[in-house]
Design a protein around this ligand. Structure first.
Ligand code: ADP
Ligand code: ZN
Ligand code: ZN
Length: 720
């Protein structure tokens, strides 16, 4: 007698595959199965559904897990997400698993470091243990009542099964033995009234409760997160904390470890596969009471979920930009609802989506209006560039302010969101400029490397000595990137150490961490950097920020450009004056009267965001419209056009859903491919989902030349 298993396999086909098994295998377990001539690892998603059996089914090769690797909750959430994002379930499940677990390798053994301590729930369980007398669990709880045990001691005393069971019930939790909670708690700040009010409101909620913590930069949002997480731990629950990739610095990890006094499982893209799998399994077993991670950490299973925190919720890095294009903040809200736990989305510059959710009564807003240090908010000043002579992109008032700041012995930051030396290399004699042949965009000059690089496709070439068109020697860099600013500042302020932070100067996670850690050291006085510097780092001596290149953001065609620019300016400005000294921010612009800049400076982000929301509503754009974007690319324009035209023709007619296109992509050519798109828009999610449910099968059935690629992006963040 055999059972039919319905298995999700990591293939780009949105269906389940049926196999036979000798014995029943639990849903959520991995199996190895034959697939064509290959072997694949898939996940059992359903049992014995007798629907579409045609021909003899093949048997599975092996069952890889004794207990389900994906619990029922996570599996259901991922199935929901596969449908919402219109992505094949097998690929969604594979993306949700750490790489090691996607293959046949057995789960890595649990980490030996750290130790265990009793939770409040465990203490309560000890009071009423009649039925548990004499068990290993009771022995363990009794031993832990007086002390913290190392993992090895605990395992020796009670055995792994009792440990797992006690952790699963929330009676014990993992701690870092090196940081006992007592010392950590003594360093805590007492919460101020605004922080306490926010914490109290969250803790007074029950079940699913979404909050937007709208707190100015330096208002102490992290202390609020810590208090909420501590409360979850005290109830024997786990907490999931998401932060943007570049904010997950050693400094940030230390703050959570020390502030909580428990071992924190960290999940980010820089980890080795084994480490990642261990952290994931520790979250699933309940051994890790806190998971701190970037985007993909939203996909971990938690044994005893208690709270979710999403810091810098407006950050674009929460959106996955390839494959299954999920948004981690949005999925975090979905998980909070399923788990019936509170979720706190924090930001100094909330996304318009979250503000609209507050306005609609779906989220509750919590405000921190003042900096925790008592320092005043940074003063923002506009420097009008018209008729000014610039020195390497810096105007005289900005240079004077930098000079004064350095003379006071303080630190200054020159912010420019463009790496490289100059965005354009131009021949002054004949007008030739260096362009990427594959993308039709200017190449960026990287002077240190003596190279020209395309920031869109990565192509590079050596820096030419002479103009390839006229042979002249008048090649000139036009505009400036961080590399040029670094050079100019080093020349202007001789003897002052300049540190540049951008993707070029910080290749490799370790280099980046070391460099970021060095920023607050006495040596670093002048910082030059891209948005990598815009968040997270607490720089006590930084009092001046000069923002270069504001205007590019003002004239971008992207409908989110205004929101993004305002967020970036406020976040960078927030780096200044975090300690007691007042901070100053200088915005260089050719358009000092621009409504966005005026609004931001005179009325602040919150008021400006309301203006932007009104514009979005008037233009029927997100968050007042739901979008899905079909992107396609092919080597030949004709292939592309044929496909896009067929895609539009195949679109079902759904009331309330509009199809726009085929449209040229904002970048019509990239890496040699022709690119185009179709935009689908609807006032509501339901009709859009119904439309996509019908459209996607039709798209998959269209004739597709081998070289043509297409993908669907539900809730796209940008229309590129
Ligand atoms: P945010 O994340 O809101 O920008 P942080 O959480 O980084 O702010 O806090 C900013 C600074 O204020 C930190 O140096 C922090 O230690 C300090 N801080 C936070 N809360 C308090 C408080 N209640 N009293 C004094 N200092 C505080
Ligand atoms: Zn020339
Ligand atoms: Zn290119």
């Amino acid at each position: 007698m055999s059972t039919i298993l319905r298995v999700a396999l990591p293939v780009p086909v949105p269906k389940l595959f049926d196999y036979l098994a000798e014995a029943e295998v639990a849903v959520g377990c991995r199996v190895r199965v034959p697939f064509g001539r290959r072997q694949l690892v898939g996940i059992v998603v359903e049992l014995g559904a007798q629907t579409t059996i045609s021909g003899p089914l093949r048997p599975i090769d092996a069952v890889l897990d004794r207990a389900p690797l994906l619990d029922a909750e996570l599996l259901a959430t991922l199935r929901w997400a596969a449908r919402y994002y219109q992505h094949p379930l097998g690929e969604v499940l594979a993306q949700a698993l750490p790489v090691t677990l996607r293959h046949a390798a057995a789960p890595a053994p649990a980490r030996a470091a750290g130790g265990w301590r009793l939770t409040d729930a465990g203490r309560a369980a000890l009071q009423e243990p009649l039925r548990r007398r004499g068990t290993r669990i009771e022995a363990l709880l009794l031993a832990l009542a007086g002390q913290v045990l190392t993992s090895a001691q605990a395992r020796q005393l009670a055995g792994p099964a009792a440990l797992r069971s006690a952790a699963g019930r929330g009676w014990i939790e993992a701690v870092a033995v090196a940081t006992p909670p007592a010392t950590a708690s003594s360093q805590r700040h007492a919460l101020n009234a605004a922080q306490q009010a926010a914490v109290d409101t969250v803790l007074a909620s029950s079940g699913y409760a979404p909050f937007l913590l709208d707190g100015v930069t330096g208002s102490g949002k992290t202390e609020v997160y810590l208090a909420i997480v501590r409360a979850a731990l005290a109830r024997g629950r786990q907490a999931l904390v998401l932060v943007p990739e570049i904010a997950l610095t050693p400094q940030a990890i230390r703050r959570f470890r020390d502030g909580l006094g428990v071992e924190v499982a960290v999940l980010h893209s820089g980890l080795g596969n084994a480490e990642r799998a261990r952290a994931w399994l520790a979250a699933a077993s309940g051994e890790a009471s806190v998971v701190l991670g970037t985007r993909s950490a939203v996909l971990v299973p938690l044994a005893r979920p208690g709270a979710i925190i999403v810091d810098e919720e407006h950050d674009g890095s929460y959106k996955q930009h390839e494959g299954w294009r999920y948004h981690a903040r949005d999925l975090a809200v979905v998980r909070a609802r399923v788990w019936q736990v509170p979720i706190v989305l924090g930001s100094a510059t909330p996304s318009l989506e979250s503000l609209a959710n507050v306005a609609a009564g779906r989220y509750r807003a919590l405000h921190l209006h003042e900096r925790a240090s008592g320092a005043p908010p940074p003063r923002i000043r506009v420097v009008d560039l018209r008729h000014q002579r610039l020195q390497h992109g810096l105007a005289a008032p900005a240079l004077a302010a930098l000079e004064a700041c350095l003379a006071r012995g303080e630190q200054a930051l020159v912010f420019r969101n463009r790496r490289g030396y100059a965005p354009v290399l131009l021949c002054h004699d004949c007008g030739w400029s260096a362009r990427c042949a594959a993308c039709d965009r200017p190449l960026t000059l990287h002077r240190g490397e003596r190279a020209l690089r395309c920031h869109h496709c990565g192509a590079g070439q050596r820096l030419p000595q002479a103009c390839p068109q006229c042979g002249g020697l008048a090649l000139q860099p036009l505009g400036e990137g961080t590399e040029r600013l670094e050079e100019a500042l080093a020349a202007r302020f001789a003897g002052v150490p300049v540190v540049r932070i951008d993707r070029d100067s910080t290749r490799g996670r370790r280099t980046r961490e070391a460099l970021l850690d060095s920023l607050d050291a006495p040596g670093a006085r002048l910082l030059v950097g891209t948005q990598m510097l815009a968040k997270g780092h607490d720089l006590a001596r930084l009092t001046l920020v000069v923002v270069v290149g504001v205007d590019e953001g003002l004239y971008s065609v992207d409908f989110r450009a205004g929101e993004r620019l305002a967020q970036l300016i406020v976040q960078v400005a927030g780096r200044a004056g975090r300690a007691r000294q007042a901070g100053e921010v200088i915005l260089q612009t050719h358009d000092p009267g621009h409504p966005l800049l005026r609004g931001l400076i005179e009325r602040g982000y919150a008021a400006l965001a309301q203006d932007l929301l009104a514009e979005r509503r008037a233009a029927s754009l997100p968050p007042y419209a739901q979008l899905a974007l079909l992107r396609a690319e092919a080597p030949a324009a004709e292939q592309l056009q044929t496909f896009l035209a067929a895609a539009v023709a195949a679109a079902p007619s759904t009331a309330g859903v509009a199809v726009h296109g085929p449209l040229a992509a904002p970048m019509p050519r990239r890496a040699g491919a022709q690119r185009g798109q179709v935009l689908v828009e609807s006032a509501a999610r339901k009709p859009l989902q119904a439309f996509l449910d019908a459209w996607l099968p039709a798209l998959r059935a269209l004739p597709q030349p081998r070289a043509l690629r297409w993908s669907l992006d539900v809730d796209p963040l940008d229309l590129y």
